[in-house]
Design a protein around this ligand. Structure first.
Ligand SMILES: Cc1ncc(COP(=O)(O)O)c(C=O)c1O
Length: 450
């Protein structure tokens, strides 16, 4: 089986090894959403629903009384000792729970989906809580298809799709998005997609919008086109929506099950990883038309049993937040996008600003110091000599050489981290232009290395 450690994670290892600013893997270095964290803590400490509720509103006075601490000594209690008073001997939330997800989380997912898209999936019949979108995708591939089945994948794409397809014996049919610099977007070649979808072996189309790595946000016309192909050729759509809140410049994320005839043929994969800034929590969900749910849950149960119980409680608090929270996510990333787009252009990269998600897929061939390199050489040069970790663009392609001019930069880091990366690029790449010396080791770090 042709599956290796993902290159994205390998670049993270190299970033650590070389003390580089890590813009390779798509996770933030900023704190997760506090409601999420606090609810997870309350569930872990409380252990039962009744106690968790008590803890949620407990005052310092009550905690100190329970701890038997009075007067000045109370001020010297550590937080650890103080919170020990919140525990009870009975526990349910640190134990196994329903394999397909806590009822309250499935209820929260249903409400959240309805608030955002006006459609309420049935928590009993259509929602399965999984270990992040990664497991959601894998469970869908494994449960809904047979080895040898084809899946249409739009490249460049997250390396997960072809790798997981290989694990489950599925055959990716790649179609290629092409950068249209004049229009400032990436385009689907509709003839190519039509031909791929008409292949009798093809059983599904994988959709990812907003897309990693190009940032493309599929519009109503493009999604209608995909929906029409799915209906015509009786295909499922598996849609990865984890960047649903990260859309810029008036673009909107549209919900594929809302398109004609798609409610019964769309599998939606989502997670709190990006929305809650909690990629390490591994909480996600899959919405399936009811007829596929039992099979998906069976695969999930047999492979991983369940997602962590207390963290599911935390996810409830995140998904129950109001629209203002979700609506505000994009603005922070827009500022970061603009910062990095500006920094990359300054040193010679050609960049189409992404419409959504949090990656820049930038053409490095216009950077004099990198112009003659392959993507891997350029990425190695940047991580070893300049001190910035990226991902070689060809990693996101299954066929052809369209990726040979691109590097992917993640801009989901703090502004300080992005600023440090920009400074290093300026120092490393402008200096190499000036000295015409591409092997000069970089100077002292202008910021913390991550
Ligand atoms: C498009 C896409 N899908 C899935 C994932 C993995 O998501 P999760 O952390 O929910 O497994 C990523 C992570 O970067 C991604 O970019």
């Amino acid at each position: 089986m042709d599956v290796n450690e993902t290159l994205i994670r390998r670049m993270t290892r190299l970033a650590i090894e070389h003390g580089a600013v890590n813009l390779s893997q798509g996770f933030t270095d900023e704190a997760p959403v506090y409601d999420l964290v606090w609810s997870g803590i309350a569930a872990m400490l409380g252990g039962t629903e009744a106690r968790r509720r008590e803890i949620e509103s407990m005052t310092l006075r009550e905690l100190l009384a329970a701890r038997g601490a009075t007067g000045g000594e109370a001020l010297d209690l550590t937080l650890k000792d103080l919170l020990a008073a919140a525990r009870t001997p009975r526990d349910q939330f640190n134990q196994y729970s329903f394999p397909f997800g806590l009822p309250e989380l499935r209820r929260a997912i249903a409400d959240y989906t309805e608030r955002l898209y006006g459609r309420r999936p049935d928590p009993e019949e259509e929602i399965t809580v999984v270990l992040g979108a990664s497991e959601g995708m894998a469970a869908a591939f494994c449960a809904l298809f047979e080895p040898g089945d084809g899946v249409v994948v739009m490249q460049p794409c997250h390396e997960l799709y072809p790798s997981q397809a290989a694990i489950f014996g599925l055959v990716p049919r790649f179609v290629t998005l092409r950068e249209d610099r004049e229009a400032g977007t990436w385009r689907l070649d509709r003839d190519e997609v039509r031909t791929a979808a008409a292949d009798p072996a093809v059983k599904a189309m994988v959709v990812n919008t907003p897309q990693n790595p190009t940032g493309k946000v599929l519009d109503a016309d493009e999604l209608s086109f995909i929906a029409e192909l799915c209906r015509t050729h009786d295909l499922l759509a598996i849609t990865d929506e984890i960047y649903e809140h990260i859309v810029f410049d008036g673009h909107r994320h549209l919900f594929l099950p809302g398109f004609e005839g798609m409610a019964e043929r769309t599998v939606v994969v989502n997670s709190i990883s990006k929305t809650g800034r909690a990629t390490g929590w591994r909480i996600g969900w899959v919405l399936t038309p009811a007829r596929y749910t039992a099979q998906l849950r069976a695969v999930h149960d047999n492979l991983v049993v369940q997602a962590p119980t207390p963290l599911q409680k935390g996810a409830v608090a995140l998904l129950d937040l109001d629209r203002t929270f979700f609506g505000g996510i994009a603005e922070d990333y827009r500022r970061k996008r603009d910062l990095l787009v500006g920094g990359l252009r300054e040193v010679g990269f050609t960049v189409t600003p992404p419409e959504g998600a949090y990656y820049l897929f930038a053409d490095f061939r216009t950077v004099p110091a990198l112009a003659e390199m392959s993507p891997t050489e350029a990425a190695m040069h940047l991580v070893e000599r300049v001190g910035v970790a990226t991902v070689p663009g060809d990693n996101f392609y299954g066929t052809g050489d369209d990726g040979s001019r691109y590097l992917r930069f993640a801009f989901c880091r703090s502004t300080e981290t992005l600023g440090a990366a920009v400074e290093r690029l300026r120092a490393g790449l402008c200096r190499t232009i000036a000295n015409d010396d591409t092997t000069t080791p970089r100077g002292p770090a202008p910021g913390r290395a991550r």
